[in-house]
Design a protein around this ligand. Sequence first.
Ligand SMILES: Cc1cc2nc3c(=O)[nH]c(=O)nc-3n(C[C@H](O)[C@H](O)[C@H](O)COP(=O)(O)OP(=O)(O)OC[C@H]3O[C@@H](n4cnc5c(N)ncnc54)[C@H](O)[C@@H]3O)c2cc1C
Length: 445
Amino acid sequence: MKTAILGAGISGLSLARALVEGGLDAADVHLFESASEVGGLCRSKTVDGFTYDVAGGHILYGKDKDTIRWMKDCAGGEDAFVTRDRNTRIRFEDRWVRYPFENGLGDLPKQANFDCLKGYVEAWHARQLPGAPTAPPEFGKWVQWRFGDGIAKHFMDPYNAKIWKRDLDFLTSDWVAGRVPDAPVEDVLKASIGIETEGYTHQAIFWYPLEGGFQAISDGIGSAVLDRVRLSTPVREVARTADGWRVNGEDFDRVVSTLALTDLPDLLVECPDEVRHAMRTLEYNGLVSYLVALDRPEHPNLSWIYLPHEVQGPANRVTYMSNYSPRMAPEGKTSFLCEVTTRGAAGPPDGELERQVVEGMAHAGLLSKDEVLFTDHVAVRHAYVVFDAQYHARRDAIFSWMESQDLIPLGRFGRFEYDNSDLCVKKARELATRMLDEAQRGARA
Ligand SMILES: Cc1cc2nc3c(=O)[nH]c(=O)nc-3n(C[C@H](O)[C@H](O)[C@H](O)COP(=O)(O)OP(=O)(O)OC[C@H]3O[C@@H](n4cnc5c(N)ncnc54)[C@H](O)[C@@H]3O)c2cc1C
């Protein structure tokens, strides 16, 4: 079964490794990768001794213990990782507000605390009334319905406008289930008057590679199949044949694609117009990651912070990158990693944006400009899936055609799902099991 895997990010690498570990002849596995190195969104970059993750700060965590164990084992075992407490905050003017925001109301200035509490209680009360409206499908309206107008005004609306760069009612609310924390009203009342509440326990601790940034994980997974990866080899053409697929003119029995669905229309020789249209119109955001290298010996004990307000500059999230592992910055130095999303694919960033990032951080009281040693950046074209009202219909049309053609989608943008690396790895390993079972059944028949 000669298999082509398009893309050598963590999904493609995990699939290749699991296939080979499961008994498929390695000579039958071929990975096409356009970049000069593997890892995709899970890559890291080192400049003058400062290492950062190219697609924003990444942490290893997840519910599935077996997947996390496999990822760690591939990357050198427990000793190759450091364990960190997740300590996140929202920067609100000159204050630190606990995360999630509704559990940190007591940290706010009094008027903002009052606005948020009043709105939260009103929204909660409205939901208890007989015949109360159910969750609105539009995200912006859902925020008001769930959190009330105070939290919407002081945090949720400005933060989400920064990250999504669209009218918030363009997004749907169904993707928030399980992602946006949901605090009981008693906790919010307590938080507002300064009684500490537990908040969001998910991701209470996380792991990070000791050396080499998050990329150490994709490198570790990839180490077993590196000779199967064709680096600097972009997929240019994918064509159906009588009994398989042809990729860049070479025949394969099976193709698994981790390439972004939005890129497929330009690569597929034949594809119905409506499917091409559905692929092209899926919505997403890109990202520019800015490293800020600092001449500062230590940071406060924070993992990452959210910057909801425009005066804090264009970055929506800042990772205390050098806190993730002692090897992320030279001795006596520290670093920040600032994330700025772009509407649609990220193009090459201009110097003006970089200036605004540093300016905004200084305004937020996070750095003084004379501490900055240098900045560096990487742009990634696809970072966030944008869930709009057409999302499900488009994906259904795409997947039903791909299934009919035996073209297998995998990965965050290969399936257009909001999956972190652990879920990508889990799905890749599950797919490998299915493919190996199928191959065995085929051999027996
Ligand atoms: C801001 C942000 C924060 C995140 N934080 C976390 C986190 O904390 N923890 C976590 O676990 N996950 C996190 N993730 C998610 C994680 O990055 C992804 O789930 C994972 O990297 C996706 O891997 P993939 O292999 O599916 O896709 P990708 O990494 O996108 O891999 C696709 C590969 O295909 C290659 N390619 C593209 N076009 C072509 C072509 N034409 N020909 C050949 N090759 C091509 C690309 O170069 C790439 O290597 C985060 C993501 C973002 C954007």
